[in-house]
Design a protein around this ligand. Structure first.
Ligand code: NAP
Length: 285
């Protein structure tokens, strides 16, 4: 597997397996299947409600811990009168216990909402204690990312953001490169929205290489240096999504894909007040 080197020297596989929206009861089998296919990088979150099942699959696989790269995410803490740092530590311990692990490879702040500065101070301590080999953020727009960097000690190793052919994030990526933050795509296929899997431009490029649209998208992202974590519950697709390193897109093909950028989310806007309020009202951990 190809790795990227994070800003603290930690090696992260550029391709992993995401488990969002896999029902808890199906997650163990899906992750066992992904691990058997060869995935060694797993992406979950406290809010997905399936950390225990991911942990059970890891245990059942018998794969050595050091051969795996496991990410989970901290949901927005709700501690108006308490200590957000203590609550963050408690949430981290809960995730670790559910996963059955004694350290994480990457721990992310899931949303740029609530007291994420307090959360970040707690993550810095977890990182220094060796409990999270790398720490990072998710869904941070460039202004929030720069502000967090400028007012804290540790620069986030990763920012996991929606990135796919219809929302390409080239300017965000350029800023992250400048600031030493690795870009990671969530929703590499936009969950199939906007007809991604039947897009004629992507289909024609795939046909030229004997590859599927999904493979073209994952190659396009990894060729840009973007970490990807596609999700599938189907073994054949899991294998297909890993088989993306035996061809190279030409500059012309990369330029063709660039024309698909609409520059906006296919899901929702993290700056929409109604959405901010809705997300802030969710309770996981
Ligand atoms: P995605 O990976 O863009 O798309 C998943 C969809 O594509 C599923 O419906 C899957 O169906 C289908 N699919 C997968 N491989 C395919 C293939 N080769 N051919 C045709 N269809 C295929 O969506 P996502 O799960 O939202 O994103 C990936 C991961 O990113 C998540 O699992 C999660 O770990 C992470 N994520 C993070 C955030 C965040 O806020 N940080 C938000 C969303 C997601 P089948 O399963 O039926 O194959």
């Amino acid at each position: 597997m190809h790795n990227v080197t994070l800003n603290n020297g930690v090696q992260m596989p550029i391709l992993g397996f995401g488990v969002y929206q896999i029902p808890d009861g199906e997650t163990q089998a899906a992750v066992e299947s992904a691990l058997a296919t060869g995935y060694r990088h797993l992406d979950t979150a406290a809010s997905y409600g399936n950390e225990e099942a991911v942990g059970a699959a890891i245990k059942a696989s018998g794969i050595a811990r050091e051969d795996l790269f496991v990410t989970t995410k901290l949901w927005i803490q709700h501690a108006p009168t308490g200590s957000v740092e203590e609550d963050t530590r408690r949430s981290f311990d809960n995730s670790l216990n559910r996963l059955g692990l004694d350290y994480l490879d990457l721990y992310l702040i899931h949303q740029p909402l609530g007291d994420y500065y307090g959360e970040w101070r707690a993550l810095q301590k977890l990182n220094k204690a060796g409990l999270a080999r790398a720490i990072g953020v998710s869904n941070f727009h460039p202004d929030r990312l720069v502000d967090l960097i400028d007012h804290n000690e540790i620069v986030p190793a990763v920012n996991q953001i929606e990135t796919h052919p219809f929302h390409q994030r080239a300017a965000d990526q350029a800023l992250m490169i400048e600031r030493g933050v690795q870009i990671e795509s969530w929703g590499p296929f936009a969950e199939g929205k906007n007809g991604l899997f039947t897009n004629p431009l992507l289909g024609a490029i795939g046909a030229a290489h004997g590859k599927s649209v999904a493979q073209v998208v994952l190659r396009w992202l990894t060729q840009r240096g973007v970490v990807v974590i596609p999700k599938s519950v189907k073994a054949e697709r899991m294998a297909q999504n890993m088989d993306v390193f035996d061809f190279t897109l030409t500059e012309e093909q990369m330029a063709t894909i660039a024309t698909l950028d609409a520059g906006t989310s296919q899901f929702f806007d993290h700056r929409d007040p109604a959405m901010v309020s809705w997300l802030g009202g969710r309770r996981y951990n």
